[in-house]
Design a protein around this ligand. Structure first.
Ligand code: FMN
Length: 171
């Protein structure tokens, strides 16, 4: 039972960028899903510093870095912005938001700008339902879907990651 949730993996891995006043943070996030074509949900632990920032600003960005940046992805998901300045330490360059006040990551292959609409609290996590107010993807890797073999990082569980190497089509 302990690992039943991993039956839902692999899941696309994002870097969640949050900001409130002069504090900006980044953390790794794999628990996300669409709930409407323009609305998504993320699950975030209320112990995370990122939760503190996004519950104040009510906005965030989700960024997809290529699998080649796995070391950054791993470190952003295993250290806390409460103890270190991850943006500085990981050498993450940010760009100003388009429709919101939260920045996105310069080297991202795609990013979503989101505004929080609703929060549902479960035991340790909050399900954050948010409207996508702006989206961008590099057309070299995304047309109307991610292109085959374009290095989208997906979390399998533990320290294992995979990517979208091969696609299959029904007859
Ligand atoms: C691959 C991976 C996926 C993760 N997915 C989530 C997630 O979906 N939700 C969550 O609350 N934490 C997730 N985490 C854990 C947070 O990234 C981690 O607790 C981080 O240190 C929080 O940083 P912060 O305190 O700076 O916000 C994930 C970690 C990794 C390595």
């Amino acid at each position: 039972m302990k690992f039943a949730y991993r039956l839902l993996h692999p899941k696309v891995v994002f870097l969640l960028v949050t900001k409130h006043q002069n504090k900006t943070n980044v953390m790794t996030l794999a628990w996300s899903m669409p709930v409407e074509y323009d609305t998504i949900a993320i699950a975030i632990s209320r112990e995370n510093y990122s939760y503190e920032l996004l519950s104040k600003s009510k906005e965030f960005t989700l960024n997809v870095l290529p699998i080649e940046k796995l070391d950054i992805i791993w470190k952003a998901g295993t250290t806390s912005g409460r103890e270190i300045d991850k943006i500085k330490k990981l050498g993450i360059e940010l760009e100003e938001g388009v429709k919101i006040k939260i920045p996105h990551i310069k080297i991202a292959m795609a990013f979503l700008e989101c505004k929080i609409e609703k929060e549902i609290k479960t035991k340790n996590h909050s399900l954050i339902i948010a409207k996508i107010v702006h989206a961008w993807a590099d057309e070299k890797v995304f047309k109307d879907t991610w292109l085959e073999g374009c290095s989208v990082p997906m979390h399998v569980g533990k320290k294992f990651f995979t990517t979208n190497l091969k696609y299959f089509e029904p007859k």
